[in-house]
Write a protein that binds this ligand. Structure first.
Ligand code: NCD
Length: 339
């Protein structure tokens, strides 16, 4: 894949070699993300960070990633505070914002909206989630995390056993991650969801036709016992026709320390794209797992910065210039990355 100048809209754009390239660049971003070195390679560049749906980590980590490369960030959050609420089209908004920015990251509630926006944009656009459809940068950071979590025990993504749990129908993170996993070999995917919230059939078919094994079940305890990765998700309440309908599924699956101890193999890695729904009626990933060393959720969020830095550096074609634009670290950086 040609990264320089490209939109990043879907995991369908990536072959295995492209994923490896992103991960190799992400590894090189660690000293910058950990404030051991500073690069100003994107000094003068502007990221248009356009988030038309709620977001904390995706929006902020896109912004931090750009700042850590020396660039500036301009944000628009919420449809109601943008001219989309005055009836402006995505085409016009894209023409305008791409005149102000060097690259755009965008999230929007409608499937296909980010691609529509990108078609009118004069600069590269990165999809930060388009409705229930795709979330390619999350899938890349999830896969990057999976690879890091299992490599110290000599395993790789090939042959891995992965359970995805929860709202697999509406969850864009599991859609994108499943398709990305299809680039590897012999993955065994177990989809654990209520019957009404199953993974879309075309994604399962895609995995099967690429030679992977896929099983579906609604029984968490039975299925969770023989996996390397347990990837929990939130009921995507905003995608249901009413809160009452979403409530029917809330709390159906609750992964906690006692279930983990009882059913999981030792060292099963626990993941979640976050936010986890910590309200009592949901609680799909209990806080009593917080001290479990296999809980990788905050390693995922840290890795999100590395992967987004890598994508910016690749799309804006500055990977080979990072070191040339280094300046000294001048402030006390603490120990947060070294505990
Ligand atoms: C996810 C999303 O927005 O799709 N969050 C994220 O980007 N990390 C998952 C979710 O909201 O449940």
């Amino acid at each position: 894949m040609q990264f320089a100048g490209s939109h990043i809209l879907s995991v369908d754009q990536f072959e295995r070699a492209d994923i490896e390239r992103v991960f190799e660049v992400a590894d090189r971003m660690e000293p910058y993300a950990q404030r051991r070195r500073i690069t100003r390679v994107l000094e003068g560049a502007i990221l248009g960070n356009m988030f038309f749906e709620p977001s904390t980590r995706t929006r902020v980590s896109f912004g931090c990633a750009f700042n850590l490369l020396g660039g500036d960030v301009r944000e628009t959050t919420g449809i109601e505070s943008s001219s989309l609420s005055k009836g402006e089209s995505l085409y016009d908004t894209a023409r305008v914002i791409s005149g102000y920015s060097d690259i755009i990251a965008m999230r929007h509630p409608a499937a296909g909206s980010v691609a529509e926006f990108a078609a009118a944009s004069r600069v590269p656009v990165v999809n930060g989630g388009d409705g229930p459809n795709e979330h390619p940068t999350q899938a890349l950071l999830d896969l990057y995390t999976i690879r890091k979590e299992v490599e110290h025990s000599g395993r790789s993504v090939d042959g891995l056993r992965i359970a995805m749990i929860g709202d697999l129908r509406h969850g864009r993170t599991v859609h994108s991650l499943s398709k990305l996993l299809a680039c590897f070999r012999n993955v065994k995917l177990t989809c654990i969801s209520p019957g009404e919230l199953r993974m879309p059939g075309e994604i399962l078919e895609f995995l099967r036709s690429a030679g992977h094994s896929v099983t579906e079940t609604d029984n968490l305890e039975e299925a969770i016992g023989h996996v390397d990765i347990a990837y929990a998700t939130r009921i995507q309440e905003e995608r249901f026709s009413s809160p009452e309908e979403a409530n029917r599924y809330r709390g159906r699956y609750r992964l906690n320390q006692s279930i983990y101890t009882r059913y999981c193999e030792p060292n099963t890695v626990i993941m979640h794209p976050l936010p986890r729904d910590s309200r009592a009626e949901a609680n799909e990933l209990d806080t009593d797992l917080n001290e479990n060393p296999n809980l990788a959720i905050f390693r995922q969020t840290d890795n999100g910065v590395l992967v987004r830095m890598a994508l910016f550096a690749l799309v804006l074609d500055v990977v080979n210039l990072l070191a040339k634009h280094e300046v000294p670290v001048t402030w006390y950086t603490g120990k947060r990355f070294h505990d």
